[in-house]
Design a protein around this ligand. Structure first.
Ligand code: IYR
Length: 250
């Protein structure tokens, strides 16, 4: 039987009555609009099978540096960004702008600037402690993926914002918010059958200039998106076991 969205004729959530008083007062103070939560209550077996299937799908995700130049429809990029835009964010400010580039000349400019910065990083700034964990991944200053992949998506984090009165104000938890949005973007790209790479040129001020973004935004991640090259390779990595990343307190 298909489950009914909660709040549309379903049972009240336990504990709601007690919470109502203070919730109502807080709501009245800020005068927000509230609507019933649309939520699909699923049977336990379905929850388990969906959770298993999602984990299996995500466990198959890999980051590769080897992209094919096969085209990817713009609609798929739109859908991945729409999915990213469902992320929760501090004060619901949605402090992100995604810039998707397929223009080969612009990708070329980005690659040249990124490689300039990265050359300095690998030759001058990379300290031993960092080098020892980076070397096994086989990265270097050559960033072919930027020009090979049909799309390069750059995530800009809004570090500050314009208030309705014209003043500049902070954003809140924008790193966390954009990190979550990036995660959803990566999951969406994997789920639709494409690959991406989280590239963090450092420093990346050049991206704001090349992509003509305002001062209030700061580039955070550059993600080439496309099909993998036919002979794409990935490092032979193992993920930590569940017992190494999860502690229960029961
Ligand atoms: N930003 C550089 C270096 C780099 C750093 C880490 I930590 C990586 O996991 C991978 C690369 C680059 O993109 O090459």
């Amino acid at each position: 039987m298909p489950a009914e969205p909660r709040g549309l004729g379903g049972d009240e959530q336990p504990g709601r009555a007690e919470a109502a008083d203070s919730t109502e007062r807080a709501a009245a103070a800020a005068e927000p609009d509230f609507v019933p939560l649309r939520f699909i209550e699923r049977p336990p077996e379905e929850m388990l099978s969906r959770a298993t299937a999602f984990h299996e799908a995500m466990a198959g995700r890999r980051t590769t540096r080897h992209f094919s130049d096969a085209p990817v429809p713009k609609r798929l990029i739109e859908l991945a960004v729409q999915t990213a835009g469902t992320a929760p964010s501090g004060a619901h400010l949605q402090p992100w702008t995604f810039v998707a580039v397929s223009d080969q000349a612009v990708k070329r400019r980005i690659r040249t600037a990124a490689e300039q910065e990265e050359k300095r990083f690998y030759e001058e700034r990379l300290q031993a402690a960092w080098r020892e964990v980076l070397e096994p991944l086989g990265t270097d200053h050559v960033k072919r993926h930027i020009t090979d992949a049909p799309w390069v998506v750059v995530l800009f984090r809004h570090t500050r914002r314009l208030r309705p009165n014209g003043e500049i104000a902070p954003t809140y938890y924008s790193q966390e918010s954009c990190g979550i949005a990036a995660g959803l973007f990566i999951a969406a790209i994997h789920d639709m059958g494409l690959v991406t790479l989280t590239h963090t040129p450092s420093p990346m001020g050049f991206l704001r200039r090349i992509l003509d973004r305002p001062e209030l935004e700061s580039a955070m991640l550059l993600m080439p998106v496309g099909h993998p090259a036919e002979n794409a390779m990935v490092p032979d990595l193992r993920r930590k076991a569940l017992s190494d990343i999860l502690r229960f307190i029961e």
